[in-house]
Design a protein around this ligand. Sequence first.
Ligand SMILES: [Zn+2]
Length: 313
Amino acid sequence: MPNRRALVAGLAFGLAMAAAPLGAFAQEKLPVVASFSILGDFARQIGGDRISVTTLVGPDGDAHVYSPTPADAKAMAAAKLVLVNGLHFEGWLPRLVKSSGTKATMATATKGITALEADDDHDDKGKGGHTHAHGHDDPHAWQSVANAKIYVANIRDALSATDPAGKASYEANAAAYLAELDKLEGEVKAAVARIPAQRRKAITTHDAFGYFVKAYGIDFVAPQGVSTEAEASARDVARIIRQVKAQKIPAVFLENVTNPRLVEQIARESGAKVGGRLYSDALSAETGPAGTYIRMMKHNISEIEKALTAGPA
Ligand SMILES: [Zn+2]
């Protein structure tokens, strides 16, 4: 037979639970939507326990070509803050904003970053100068750690503006994380310095490393442009194969968000080796090698250093 005192105590506790407002027991978290996994990680680093983050384009997902789901629309409608990359990365977003009816504050993480112009003249050379002069921005700004620090500052400020009570917490988290990014940047530069200068060149599927090239001085060439939307032409692929041979480019890299077929063909026909898989536009699953931005950058530079340092000169 159950203890009578325990029963009474249990009943009293149950009544207290029912009478108390929800907030007295669990602080409600700020609902935040991040358009893709890298922004989701930044938001979690800065928001900590105060926020709950929903990431739309998840691990290994390609945000250039994404079809939002009904669950995405629901998350958008419930959000108080939506974090986007901008620079035309999320072409599907404006429609989702509209269809979800969200009243959330929209914050663009690349605000204040000097955008690189996309080198989108891939198949236009030799066509009578008929180039697309659209002034297309390259959206992959997170590939430079200096830019990632601007993302973090923008996200910190957006969180503080949306949830002023959390300002001190967001600022403390951001300061600690920015210090980690400084350390990361030093590690990336040190790794690049260990690669012989004439070997600092590589191939990827799509043009996701423009900011990395500019910041760290490793030359990446890609058959596909800054978006994965357009297919690479046979002519682009042939041009890259010639380039790999002529410039003795040591390695080609697979990407987590693109089909490996193209790069494997280039490796086969040029004799370059496949140097591993880089995380360009998305993190891996949490248990994978690139579950956070910092782990992603460390994984990428380690793969790059390994592939470009080893082998015949
Ligand atoms: Zn991309």
